[in-house]
Structure formats: structure tokens, C-alpha cells
Design a binder for this molecule. Structure first.
Ligand SMILES: Nc1ncnc2c1ncn2[C@@H]1O[C@H](COP(=O)(O)OP(=O)(O)OP(=O)(O)O)[C@@H](O)[C@H]1O
Ligand SMILES: [Mg+2]
Length: 253
């Protein structure tokens, strides 16, 4: 058995905090009023994942590199498609979004981006979303939820989030965020500059400030196979009972 104990040296005051893992099955909320940079940040977040489906319900100028665009959920049946952008016709939004969320649940291992959580919630998808939020982790499903105003979405959704990324928000929205996360986010979130976000990591109760350009200093990824075999709390001693497991090949679904 190999053991790597956690180092106990205190960090130097001038050291920036090291990035935290965004682990498979952990959900992220990206919060900010219109034009603050949510979709742009999400376009960088998806680089951290292998199997991603993006639900687009409104037009904008953000490019998702390497993603193929489709109108329906059928594209998910082809296992070679692992970077999908699904933009249903307006009149088909409820049925296509429902089908995408059902497929994600059945197949597992997807990261699902819901750019406008409030809107999709209002399409009647709350039950499907709740199931993914509460039980998705065991199936290696992560949700990335974009939202303009936290007061519009259920508290429940925020309570299931592992990473909160908030651009500058004020007033009642900021109070809602503070109440559903941690009082420490209050001051830094008020003084954020343009395109800056505050990241709050629920497991360690720690905050970081970043931009889409410096995302690597806020979040890091574990290789997915490693994440599978190391389902242990972050920051605890790393114990590897079966080093050979580290060599296993990643299976899709
Ligand atoms: N970090 C950044 N650096 C440079 N430009 C940025 C950055 N973030 C966003 N932008 C630019 O700002 C504009 C608005 O960004 P974006 O569309 O991501 O905002 P949004 O929060 O998703 O808005 P909405 O709620 O209306 O969808 C875009 O043109 C985008 O290219
Ligand atoms: Mg947007």
C-alpha cells in the first residue's frame, strides 16, 4: 500500500491558493447578470471534460470549439459524438430538452451544460433536473448551470452545487447566494471587476477569484480514470490500495 500524507506546512501568506479539483459528478453554478461572461466562462469550463452536451436555448456570439451542433437528441445515440451542442427549434424545446436529460440519466458519464437554468426549469424540466442534481453523481453526471438571478431558481438547486462561480451580483441575489453558501463570499463578490468571478468551493469552504483566462489557477481536472478509482474526499491523505487500478482504461458508459 502506498501512502502520501497530506503536507502540514502552512502556506506562505503571499502564495495564491492552489486550484481545486472539479471532480466527475460535481455540479457547478455559473451566476451573473446579462453580459457578465457566463457563457464565455462555460466555453472554457467544458475543456475540462471529455463527454459534454450543451443545451442552447438562446442565441449569442460565444463559440464552443470542437462541438458539433444538432437540433434533436438523436445525436447522443452515436457513441462517437462526445462534444454536442443541441439547439432545438423553439417549438420543439420542451420535448428535445426532456429527451436529452433522459438520455443523460440513462447513459451516465455526461457533463450537461444548461446555459439558462431558469428558462429550462420553466419548460417543465424541474423533475428531470432534480434527479440529475441529487442522484447524478453516482452515475458520473455533472451539471453546469448558468443563471442570471439566484432568487429565480430554487434554493434546492444551489444546495446541490459543489462549485459556485459568481460574477458581480448585488442586493437580494447576493444575499441569496450568501445564505445558501457561506458568509465569506459576501465581501469579495461585491468588489469584483469586469469579467472576474468569485469561485466558492463548497467542500473546503474556500474562495478564489479568477477570470475565464485564468481558469486553470482556480480549477484543475483529475484524469477521469484516476477520479473513478479515487472517490475520496479532497485534501485527505491519498491512499492507493491497488496501484494497478491506476492503469485501467477508461470505459465509455
Ligand atoms: N473573460 C472575458 N474576456 C474577454 N471577453 C469576455 C470575457 N467574458 C465575456 N466576454 C465577452 O463579453 C460578452 C458577453 O459575454 P457572455 O455572452 O458570456 O455573457 P453572459 O453572461 O452569458 O450573458 P447573457 O446572460 O446575456 O447570456 C461576449 O461578447 C464575450 O465575448
Ligand atoms: Mg450567456
Amino acid at each position: 500500500m502506498l501512502m502520501f500524507p497530506k503536507p502540514h506546512l502552512p502556506p506562505l501568506a503571499s502564495d495564491p491558493k492552489p486550484p481545486v479539483h472539479w471532480r466527475i459528478g460535481e455540479h457547478v453554478a455559473v451566476i451573473g447578470t446579462t453580459g457578465t461572461g457566463k457563457t464565455y466562462l462555460i466555453s472554457k469550463l467544458v475543456d475540462f471534460r471529455e463527454n459534454v452536451v450543451i443545451l442552447r436555448t438562446k442565441p449569442d456570439d460565444i463559440e464552443f470549439e470542437g462541438f458539433r451542433e444538432f437540433r434533436t437528441a438523436k445525436c447522443m445515440e452515436d457513441w462517437r459524438n462526445n462534444r454536442l451542442l443541441i439547439r432545438p427549434k423553439y417549438e420543439h424545446q420542451p420535448s428535445v430538452v426532456y429527451e436529452v436529460l433522459e438520455n443523460v440519466w440513462k447513459m451516465g458519464r455526461w457533463t450537461v451544460v444548461v446555459d439558462e437554468f431558469f428558462y429550462v426549469q420553466r419548460l417543465g424540466m424541474m423533475r428531470s433536473l432534480e434527479r440529475l442534481l441529487t442522484q447524478g453523481r453516482s452515475k458520473r453526471i455533472s451539471l453546469v448551470l448558468g443563471m442570471q438571478r439566484p432568487v429565480q431558481v430554487t434554493r434546492f438547486a444551489l444546495s446541490e452545487i459543489s462549485h459556485l462561480m459568481a460574477f458581480r451580483v448585488e442586493g437580494r441575489d447576493l444575499r441569496t447566494l450568501k445564505d445558501s453558501t457561506h458568509p465569506d463570499i459576501f465581501e469579495p463578490t461585491k468588489s469584483l471587476q469586469k469579467y472576474q468571478f468569485m469561485h466558492y468551493h463548497v467542500a473546503s469552504k474556500s474562495t478564489r477569484i479568477g477570470t475565464a483566462q485564468t481558469l486553470q489557477q482556480v480549477l484543475k481536472r483529475l484524469p477521469e480514470t484516476l477520479d473513478d478509482v479515487m472517490d475520496i474526499p479532497q485534501d485527505s491523505a491519498i491512499v492507493i490500495d491497488e496501484p494497478r487500478l491506476l492503469g485501467i482504461q477508461r470505459r465509455r458508459f
